[in-house]
Write a new protein. Structure first.
Length: 264
C-alpha cells in the first residue's frame, strides 16, 4: 500500500439517536478483552473503556428531559500536536501517532504512576487494580488480536487500533492503495443498533464522519455543522470525538464552561 496522507481518525456521535442501550459498552469490552469483576457497582475500581452517561436538564415534570452521552477516549490532539496525557507520562507509555491521530497506550511500559489519569480532563483513563479473572471457559472467547493486561497499569480506549493494523495488512495483501471507509471500523460503531456512532477519517472529505462533523480547518475550511460540539472544548485539547444534539442544554453541558456561561 502506497504512503497516504496522514489520517485523523475520529468519531461523530449523534445524541439525538442514542437510546442509552449500552451495546457500545458491551461490544467494547468483548472486543478489547476489558476485565470485569463480579460486582461492578464500585465504579472507582471498575474498568470500562466506553461509558454511557445519563444527562438531565434538572427541570421538574413535565419539563424534564434526558439524554444519553457515550464517552470513549477523546484522542486529543491539543494545540501542540499531542494530548495532555502524553505530555506528563514519564515512561513514554502513551504516545500520539501523527499518522492516525490515535493516542496509544503501551502496557508493558506503564508502571502505574497514574500521572496520565490526573492530566486527562475526560476521566477516560482507568487503573487496573486486579489481575483479570475470567469465568470458566470464557478465556476461550478472548480476542487473540489484543493483549490481556495485568494489574497495575492504566487502560483506555484505543479506537480498536488492532483493527486498523489488520485492515492495513489486508490492503497490502490485496494490493489496495487506500483503505476503504468500511475497512476499519471500531467495535462500538458496528454494535450501535441506532447507528448513532459514525467512525472514519476526519481528514478525508469522502468519509461520512467528515461530512457530518465538518471539523474546523485552521487553513480556512467549512464552518462546523450546526448543533455539533466537543466535550470541554474551551480547554483547547482538540478532541477527535464530535457530538451532535438538537438540545441546547445538552450542548451547554458538553462544554461546561462556567466562565463562558457567566458571560452569556
Amino acid at each position: 500500500m502506497k504512503l497516504e496522507k496522514a489520517h485523523k481518525f475520529g468519531m461523530f456521535i449523534d445524541l439525538d439517536k442514542c437510546t442509552g442501550c449500552g451495546s457500545c459498552m458491551v461490544a467494547c469490552m468483548a472486543e478489547n478483552n476489558v476485565p470485569f469483576r463480579e460486582d461492578e457497582t464500585d465504579k472507582l475500581i471498575s474498568v470500562a473503556w466506553m461509558r454511557v452517561y445519563n444527562l438531565s436538564n434538572n427541570k421538574p415534570f413535565p419539563d424534564t428531559e434526558t439524554s444519553f452521552l457515550p464517552r470513549p477516549c477523546q484522542h486529543c490532539e491539543g494545540h501542540h500536536g499531542h494530548s495532555p496525557c502524553v505530555s506528563v507520562c514519564p515512561a513514554t507509555a502513551t504516545d500520539y501517532d501523527a499518522n492516525t491521530g490515535i493516542v496509544s497506550q503501551i502496557y508493558t511500559r506503564c508502571f502505574g504512576c497514574r500521572y496520565c489519569m490526573a492530566a486527562c480532563p475526560y476521566h477516560v483513563r482507568l487503573f487496573n487494580w486486579y489481575d483479570p479473572v475470567w469465568p470458566e471457559g470464557m478465556e476461550k472467547s478472548l480476542n487473540p488480536n489484543i493483549s490481556v493486561r495485568m494489574r497495575g497499569v492504566v487502560e483506555k480506549c484505543s479506537f480498536c487500533f488492532h483493527r486498523y493494523q489488520l485492515a492495513k495488512e489486508r490492503a497490502d495483501y490485496e494490493g489496495e492503495e487506500h483503505l476503504a471507509e468500511d475497512a476499519y471500523q471500531t467495535a462500538c460503531t458496528q454494535a450501535c443498533p441506532a447507528k448513532a456512532i459514525v467512525f472514519g477519517d476526519l481528514n478525508n472529505p469522502d468519509h461520512k464522519v467528515h461530512q457530518l462533523a465538518q471539523p474546523d480547518n485552521r487553513n480556512g475550511g467549512k464552518p462546523r455543522a450546526k448543533n455539533v460540539f466537543r466535550l470541554l472544548e474551551h480547554l483547547g485539547t482538540n478532541p477527535k470525538v464530535y457530538y451532535h444534539s438538537s438540545k441546547e442544554w445538552v450542548r451547554r453541558l458538553g462544554d461546561n464552561d462556567v466562565t463562558g456561561r457567566d458571560k452569556a
